[in-house]
Write a protein that binds this ligand. Structure first.
Ligand code: NAG
Ligand code: NAG
Length: 272
């Protein structure tokens, strides 16, 4: 009898086990995407496409800077409706005579905003990515850049007159670049081909873009403050995968209604 009692006691298990095993939420660094934009016919189309990619990216903060003396309703409404975490800034470019660079003032304003923000939230970790409003981004590029320690690099599709422009990797280290357009640049890579640890913008408060450099040198200009070629971290499977494309939206041609024999109905009240 005693034997059976003992057997019963040892055999009895709690009827149900506790289901509340604490879920481990891995830390994923915030990505700060910096996107200069300017008014043009395809602006809303480009920003719509980009914002709807970004809606699928976790822990993403979009910094959009208009090249304009005031913020436009078009961009304001698009950002509000996007459901994204965003910061809307504006600064009008006053171009120097010989400068063709675009986005210089806008990216610098964004970097200054970011520095203040990081210090205010007492978290300087994160990733800074300079994004054109008409490029094409695979979600994979965002997964890659969260791995960076200082500066990560990867290939960019259809840019610089090439199918793919990329860092060359030997034994897991960047040993050169395949660029054919101005290959003598310190960092012959496109803006879409790298991201920078946000902490470095706190460590280097002087880091900024400049209108004084030749065309094609903006990437080298910002990178020179924060990294050396030897320190670049090759991502996207040692720079063998393309996760971003330097696509360009063709400038649309619209017929001048005044020159048409049968002018169309007025459509100025419709945002396009
Ligand atoms: C950025 O640098 C900081 C400080 O060195 C580090 O803690 C962090 O892991 C780095 N990477 C990212 C993605 O924040
Ligand atoms: C990159 O190359 C290095 C050295 O050959 C290798 O150890 C590493 O596993 C590679 N990384 C990936 C993600 O393929």
């Amino acid at each position: 009898m005693l034997f059976f009692v003992v057997l019963f006691l040892f055999n009895s298990r709690p009827a149900f086990q506790c289901q509340f095993t604490p879920e481990i939420i891995p830390y994923i660094p915030t990505i700060y995407g910096i996107t200069p934009t300017y008014a043009r016919l395809a602006q809303k189309a480009d920003l719509t496409r980009l914002s709807q990619t970004l809606m699928l990216v976790k822990n993403f903060h979009w910094i959009v800077i208009e090249d304009s003396s005031t913020k436009t309703k078009l961009v304001e409404n698009l950002l509000k409706e996007s459901m994204l975490k965003y910061t809307h800034l504006n600064v009008k470019t006053h171009k120097l005579k010989h400068s063709t660079a675009s986005g210089v003032e806008q990216r610098n304003v964004a970097l200054n905003w970011l520095r203040e923000h990081l210090l205010k939230i007492h978290d300087t970790k994160g990733v800074v990515y300079f994004m054109d409003d008409d490029n094409t981004y695979s979600l994979k590029v965002f997964d890659e850049m969260r791995k960076i320690k200082k500066v990560g690099v990867w290939p960019v599709g259809i840019v610089g007159g090439m199918r793919v422009e990329m860092p060359l990797v030997t034994d897991g280290k960047v040993s050169g670049f395949n660029a054919v357009w101005k290959p003598f640049r310190p960092f012959p890579i496109d803006m879409a081909g790298f991201a920078i640890n946000a902490t470095l913008f706190i460590d280097h408060p002087e880091a900024k873009f400049s209108r004084k450099v030749q065309s094609g040198y903006q990437e080298s200009e910002i990178l020179k403050y924060v990294v050396t070629k030897e320190e670049l971290e090759p991502l996207a499977e040692n720079c063998t995968k393309v996760y971003v494309w330097h696509t360009r939206t063709q400038t649309p041609s619209i017929l001048n209604p005044k020159k048409l024999k049968h002018p169309p109905l007025p459509d100025g009240h419709i945002e396009v």
